[in-house]
Design a protein around this ligand. Sequence first.
Ligand SMILES: C[S@@+](CC[C@H](N)C(=O)[O-])C[C@H]1O[C@@H](n2cnc3c(N)ncnc32)[C@H](O)[C@@H]1O
Length: 238
Amino acid sequence: MAAGPEEGPSFAMAGVEEDDDTPMLSSRALEALKEFLSEQNSVGIGTGGGEGVGAEEVSLVAEDWRLSQFWYDRVTAETVADEIRALCSSASSRVACVSCPTLYAYLKQIHPDISAQLLEYDNRFKQYGSDFTFYDYNQPEDLPLELKHGFQIVVADPPYLSKECLEKVAQTISFLACPKEFYLLLLTGEVQQDRAAKLLNLHPCGFRPQHTNKLGNEFRLYTNYDPEGRLGGWEPTQ
Ligand SMILES: C[S@@+](CC[C@H](N)C(=O)[O-])C[C@H]1O[C@@H](n2cnc3c(N)ncnc32)[C@H](O)[C@@H]1O
């Protein structure tokens, strides 16, 4: 597809006559800029090339902190992906990943047979094709009807630590979840613990999610089912 005028920066190219005052990028700077733009737009499942990275590291877009994006580290994403595998009792189990693109990417890499839908605000993840659904927590039920009550497993990581955000995400969870029985995993800050218990009947697990960039606030994983020997079990209530 040809790039339109609004689709990217225009560069002054070598060999093209330019006014002397026009700023020019050196070929090295141009290469670095191209690499940066390609990283920003690249998304998907693939092998990573970072330092100390194993062959199965998933490549993701750069975090955009304006969208409250903080990616899980590899151990966290793999641990949750393996938990989902353990929960998939039948081949027809469907998983909704609400605002957790890293989890979606690892899940599809490690267990590609699992059917998963990513609900996300960041349109860069459109590259996941029909597995991507645009989602804004401010419109919690503004979602395609075919997703209604269609998921046996829902994993959510709300973008904000406010009461309002959790209440709206809870509405989305009710919309998506299979009413008969569903497993819910919520990854969020410890400050949401009481609300998570009240709104969604969730309990904290011993497993502590970690991020590639350290967060200032304590982060927890909550479930609506007893994981027993997995995820460090439910923490005893105080
Ligand atoms: C705290 S991050 C969770 C990401 C998760 N830790 C991961 O690694 O996949 C919050 C997510 O919410 C998304 N988000 C931002 N604004 C949103 C909105 N208005 N509605 C829904 N999701 C939003 C961000 O793009 C981001 O993926």
